[in-house]
Design a binder for this molecule. Structure first.
Ligand code: ZN
Length: 189
């Protein structure tokens, strides 16, 4: 059990596609220890998702946990801790909706990102089972954010209007009060 340091934007590992977890690694002590470290790290940083590359482990592995009340996010639907090994994304409905995303690897910034809101992932569980999970809304956005990390992408790459990229304090002061305006503009069906 250990809290690991989250690497930040500029570190080349965040820009590198991660390698798949090998089947003989799943269930092994080393991978279990890494997942434990990721859970400890996520909780220590009060995050809602963490991908292995963010702690400098270039593996296709991510965890997500959306608590009832997560600081800084509007009314998220809770999601229990999920450990996703080698996840593959499928978009069920391409209609997008935008949220102000943040990232432990891009601390202090928020950016408005639109993503599909109804997706499915196929992944391997810690017990080596193939799992299918369908997610909608905010959870679908969080999932895609984490999967982007496995391909060396950051949320800032997805901000299409760079006027909607801001420091946290300025976001709260100037942009959050206008959220209703952006919301109505950001729904594409
Ligand atoms: Zn992130």
């Amino acid at each position: 059990m250990a809290i690991r340091r989250v690497i930040r934007m500029g570190h080349p590992l965040l820009r590198q596609p991660a390698r798949p977890v090998k089947s003989d690694e799943i269930g092994g002590e080393e991978l279990a220890g890494l997942i434990e470290d990721m859970v400890d790290t996520l909780r220590d940083y009060s995050g809602i998702g963490l991908a292995a590359p963010q702690i400098a482990e270039s593996l296709r592995l991510a965890i997500i946990q959306i608590p009832d009340k997560s600081p800084g996010y509007e009314n998220p639907e809770p999601l229990p801790l999920m450990v996703l090994i080698n996840p593959v994304l499928e978009i069920i409905d391409p209609a997008t909706y935008g949220y102000w995303e943040g990232c432990l690897s891009v601390p202090g910034l928020r950016g408005f990102v639109e993503r599909p809101q109804h997706v499915k992932i196929i992944y391997t569980s810690m017990q080596s089972e193939t799992m299918v999970l369908e997610l909608q809304g905010f959870a679908a956005t969080v999932l895609q954010h984490e999967l982007d990390h496995l391909d060396g992408k950051l949320f800032i790459d997805r901000v299409t209007d760079t006027r909607l990229l801001a420091f946290e304090a300025e976001y709260k002061r100037y942009l959050l009060p206008m959220e209703a305006v952006y919301d109505s503009e950001s729904v594409h069906h």
